[in-house]
Ligand binder design. Structure first.
Ligand code: CUA
Length: 357
């Protein structure tokens, strides 16, 4: 009776765990278990494949254990029973050395093939008859605690929100401006380190448009502990079809020469020109390496400072006290002389910056 009860308890625990764990596949805008695109899918397949092999090992070993446990009980065989002695058995030694080697080989072959495939960036340098690069390349520079995205062939630059076309390989040059970071879009692929001393290259393919996702974007993360605000070093990825991407590029290129004027009658623009323009550009053309994030597309973004709700109120809070939101960021203390009125006007001005509206 007690035995039967225990068995049922175990069964219900396992059943409960199964239901719980099956809900752990997560959301499609951020989960590696819901991949979108070739790299993410291949990485997911590898994951499932290795887990299957490990599960097989656990099942076989558990079975052998339980078999020995029940078959050779003292109560069955008596105190005098002496099991067959297998010390120094060549057959057994060969079996338990060879089986793991075979399993490791089975795991190694697809892993190595994928590793080389993901690192194959030869197409980055291919050009058409006119000498233009045929593949889209994005230079990603990670900084404390934000991301700069430069499109060298298109001559444009943006920050915090990467825009890419779907269903084609996008090549990335990854580097860091200060300390080591790591570029990761969980649902699409990665991670790869952004280093200060060298450029890492890889490619990703974005398998679906982000419009249908919860916030209309994929979530990107910094995956290398880089300082007190490491966990807040988020970026977003907007994936659109090729035609829409070309439109976006043209709109970005059209912002060439755009700037803020200290003589503007708009208090926000004048204050921005006075206090912010030294670090933040408002033209998407030819302005890499700026101290702060390029703000040309700020009004189109999904978040303020990568993590806050995209509203004027968040932006005012951020400008007034960035340290309270992202400890250790480089903007802290830069805008403490602005009055609440000026902050409100600057926030209005920055929210109005857009290439999509
Ligand atoms: Cu950058 Cu963690």
């Amino acid at each position: 009776m007690m035995k039967g009860l225990k068995k049922w308890r175990l069964f219900s625990l396992l059943a409960g765990l199964t239901v719980f764990l099956s809900a752990c596949t997560g959301e499609d805008y951020i989960s590696t278990l819901k991949p979108a695109g070739e790299v993410g899918e291949d990485q997911y397949d590898l994951l499932i494949f290795s887990i299957s092999i490990m599960t097989l090992v656990v099942v076989v070993v558990s079975f052998l254990y339980l078999y020995a446990f029940t078959k050779f009980r003292r109560s069955k065989l008596g105190d005098k029973h002496m099991p067959k002695q297998v010390e120094g058995s060549h057959t057994l030694e060969v079996i338990w050395a060879v089986i793991p080697i075979i399993l490791l080989l089975i795991l190694a072959v697809p892993t190595i093939l994928s590793t080389y495939k993901f690192a194959d960036v030869k197409a980055m340098d291919e050009v058409d008859e006119e000498g233009n690069k045929t593949a889209l390349t994005v230079n990603v520079t990670a900084k404390l605690y934000w991301w700069e995205f430069e499109y060298p062939e298109q001559g444009i630059v943006t920050a915090q929100e990467l825009v890419v076309p779907t269903n084609e390989k996008v090549y990335f040059n990854l580097k860091a401006a200060d300390v080591k970071h790591s570029f990761w879009i969980p649902a699409v692929g990665g991670k790869m380190d952004n280093n200060v001393e060298n450029v890492n290259k890889f490619w990703l393919e974005f398998g679906k448009e982000s419009e249908g996702l919860k916030d209309g974007v994929f979530y990107g993360k910094c995956a290398e502990l880089c300082g007190p605000s490491h966990a807040l070093m988020d970026f977003k990825v907007k994936t659109v079809d090729r035609a829409e991407f070309d439109q976006w590029v043209a709109a970005m290129q059209a912002t060439e020469g755009q700037t803020a004027s200290v003589d503007s009658t708009d208090l926000g623009e004048a204050t921005f020109a006075q206090s912010c323009l030294g670090c933040h550009a408002v033209s998407g053309v030819g302005t890499t390496g700026a101290m702060g994030p390029n703000l040309t597309t700020f009004g189109d973004r999904n978040r303020v400072a990568g993590v806050l709700e995209h509203s004027k109120e968040s932006l005012e809070n951020w400008i007034s006290d960035p340290e309270a939101i992202k400890p250790g960021n480089l903007m802290t203390g830069k805008y403490s002389e602005l009055s609440p009125e000026e902050i409100s006007a600057v926030a209005d001005y920055i929210m109005s910056l857009s290439v999509e509206k």
